[in-house]
Design a protein around this ligand. Structure first.
Ligand code: GLN
Length: 518
């Protein structure tokens, strides 16, 4: 590692994709230097936040070295859009299978599991030259909103390590916020990209259902799961998402769509009123007493910023979203109970050792391998799908889902996008939400989007009095991710919430390890 170069660039973890790429092209550092820089930050800081389940240092260094050798040979300066990402490190949520490391979905059930193939998202990002450094912690099988249900221990919020980072993609959000990595993949079944992005002060987008292939993403609820990305900046999310999207023959629900020119939409923003003519819908009944006052304040401030950028605020109604939590937790649990039946001790991962017969093997393996929240979901889902209850629960929930989808469709007749809070509160204390239902209630603003299959993002919009980050959510009509990313980019041109960094991240990786923080 050419330490002299990277030591003089101590702020590399705050830089954008384009800035990082410019340094690479100018020869200020190599891809291997960048890789080593972020590996050192992971080594120095991750002990405080537990964001990484696995670090793939060897394969990352090998890929970076090969990239550097290739670029020296071809002397290539990439100016195509996705060429910007070539040679830059990223990390994946530990739910995307990859051959370079184990994949566990945060569960004992998959402890030590190694996939023989890469998820399509992993392969696509590798194809544009990105280098995977680590697999990031998460709630077990993505079921949760706090990242406390991981078999590998809770991830902590870098802004206050006594607090949760949100979930289920808490490792992805915490890693980006602490500058362990510039970009992280994540998945969002019911808010798992947007809520942790809000709690950790980073930008995160969940695309339209079908935009990104689910092949190789360990399934939780197949009709809701989508992969997306987190980074400090909306522009970086646009770049990485653009590399991820596209039809994949191995996922029949994936689609090619012409409107997904994400980076183009950002590049075509113009002037100091870049959102002139845009109507942003605000569901006023979302801004009621259920919200922590600091979330109301940050949301009102965000509205003022969008107005200053030329957008017009309009009132919209989302009448059926009150029922979203109940419908979501029935549908997601039902699909989970089916998807997780594949973990039986025979084909994947954990296997109980002292089973007497096949039934006993299933029972012991699943009792030992799954944590409490996962078992709870499997039981609820099995109940909701069982003969006699199917119509009353599962079918009813699907009907509510349709009504929710129709509510959004109607709302978008009067506006181009919708602005809401992401979560009713900022990050809460580790261990604070002991009963599942109080945690489920925190998903009120995010899960309707999944039920309707829409694109939505969370971007940093301010801080609480105690210095905890708070995000704002922009929801678009299906296949309009370009529009919400461009709006968030415009917001980030006139604000700096997304550029703030927690104290923990300001410590150099070296001083963190010297202080025995590991
Ligand atoms: N909190 C929600 C759940 O537990 C969302 C999880 C997710 O989006 N993966 O199901």
């Amino acid at each position: 590692m050419t330490t002299s170069n990277t030591q003089s660039s101590t702020e590399l973890h705050l830089k954008s994709a384009r800035e990082l790429k410019a340094g690479l092209d100018a020869g200020e550092y190599t891809s291997l230097d960048l890789t080593n820089y972020f590996l050192a930050r992971i080594e120095g800081l991750d002990g405080q936040i537990n964001a990484c389940n696995f670090v793939c240092a060897d394969s990352a260094r090998a890929a970076a070295t090969a990239f550097d050798a290739d670029s020296a040979d071809s002397n290539a300066k990439s100016d195509d859009t996705l060429g910007v990402l070539a040679g830059l490190p990223l990390a994946h949520k530990d739910i995307l299978v990859s051959v370079d490391s184990p994949t566990t979905a945060g569960s004992r059930m998959l402890e030590g599991y190694r996939s023989p193939f890469d998820a399509t998202v992993v392969a696509r990002l590798a194809r544009v030259g990105m280098i995977n450094l680590a697999k990031l912690n998460m709630d077990e099988f993505a079921m949760g909103s706090s990242s406390e249900s991981s078999y590998f221990g809770a991830t902590k919020n870098p802004w206050d390590t006594t607090r949760v980072p949100g979930g289920s993609s808490g490792g992805s959000a915490a890693a980006v916020a602490a500058g362990l990595i510039t970009f992280a993949t994540a998945t969002d079944t019911g808010g798992s990209i947007r809520q942790p992005a809000s709690f950790c002060g980073v930008t995160g987008i969940k695309p339209t259902y079908g935009a990104v292939s689910r092949f190789g993403i360990i399934a939780y609820a197949s009709s809701l799961d989508q992969a997306g990305v987190m980074a400090r900046r909306a522009e970086d999310c646009a770049l990485v998402l653009e590399a991820m999207i596209g039809q994949d023959p191995r996922d029949s629900t994936s689609l090619e769509h012409p409107s997904l020119d994400l980076v183009g939409a950002i590049n075509s923003l113009k002037g100091d009123q870049p959102l002139a003519g845009k109507r942003i819908g605000v569901p006023r009944d979302y801004l009621d007493a259920r919200l922590d006052p600091c979330v109301s304040k940050v949301t009102s401030d965000a509205i003022a910023v969008y107005e200053s950028l030329g957008a017009t605020m309009v009132d919209v109604e989302l009448p059926n979203t009150d029922h979203a939590i109940a419908a979501y937790y029935l549908i997601a649990a039902s699909e989970a109970s089916s998807n997780l039946s594949r973990f039986d001790g025979v084909r994947f991962g954990h296997r109980a050792t002292d089973a007497e017969d096949l039934d006993d093997l299933y029972e012991k393996t699943r009792s030992e391998g799954f944590g409490d929240e996962v078992k709870r979901r499997i039981l609820i889902g099995t109940y909701a799908l069982s003969a006699g209850y199917f119509d009353a629960y599962y079918i009813k929930a699907q009907k509510v889902r349709r009504l929710i989808r129709d509510s959004y469709r109607q709302a978008f007749e009067g506006c181009d996008m919708i602005l809401t809070p992401v979560a009713p509160t900022p990050a809460y204390k580790l261990g604070e939400k002991q009963d599942s239902v109080s945690m489920y209630l925190g998903d009120a603003f995010t899960i309707g989007v999944n039920l309707a299959g829409l694109p939505a993002l969370s971007h940093p919009a301010g801080f609480s009095k105690d210095g905890l980050p708070i995000g704002a959510q922009l929801i678009g009509p299906a296949w309009h991710e370009a529009q919400i990313l461009a709006a968030a980019h415009a917001f980030q041109q006139v604000t700096d919430h997304h550029l703030q960094e927690p104290e923990l991240s300001k410590m150099s990786a070296q001083s963190a390890s010297q202080e025995g923080a590991l």
